[in-house]
Ligand binder design. Sequence first.
Ligand code: DC
Length: 213
Amino acid sequence: MIIAIDGPAAAGKGTLARRLADYFNYAYLDTGGLYRAVGLSMLRADVSPEDEVAASKASLSLNSALFTDTALRDEATGTAASKVAAMPQVRANLLEFQRKFSQLPPDGKRGAVLDGRDIGTVVCPNADIKFFVTANPQERARRRYTEITARGETADYNEILADVQARDARDMGRKDAPLVAAADAHLLDTTELDIDAVFLRAVALIEEKQKPQ
Ligand code: DC
């Protein structure tokens, strides 16, 4: 069983994906983490994330330490990730790994949950079920702001909102695999629905799909 989850930054798709993977005992792949790892390796090497040749090279040899680096979740890494994610060669280099993961999940798991921007449209167009998780930009910026200040760091709401909007524009506006809901995706708007309600709705739809037809 392949579950595809797409949506913009901070819409709650990662939380939903992790909870679904736990509940069904499926493997989970945060595909944004792959693009973040490419962006972070550029920042670490002091190379501009706009450098396509270096980004393509970085995407072919990702060091596993990048995935546990605390800077992986930083805003600066997210911005660098969204720049390298617009490069067709980087996307092509990361595609095979994602497809393999979905078709042959690790640890003998019987299913996989992948979240990202193009899972239902490009990586797994034949996924058994697709969700598009969204929320308005103000609500997503508010969540980011709460997350950052809860860690004791300072943040500026207006700056975060501008960043969320810039990232949306880049993710939706790029030529290659732009962020868009697949025609057969279930839309889940988390602006007013809390994560428990979204989770229960997704579980019900998946269980319906798993019933013998
Ligand atoms: O979900 P995230 O914030 O960790 O993603 C970081 C960036 O990676 C995001 O701006 C867009 C990009 N991305 C992508 O282009 N395709 C994916 N499948 C996942 C993420």
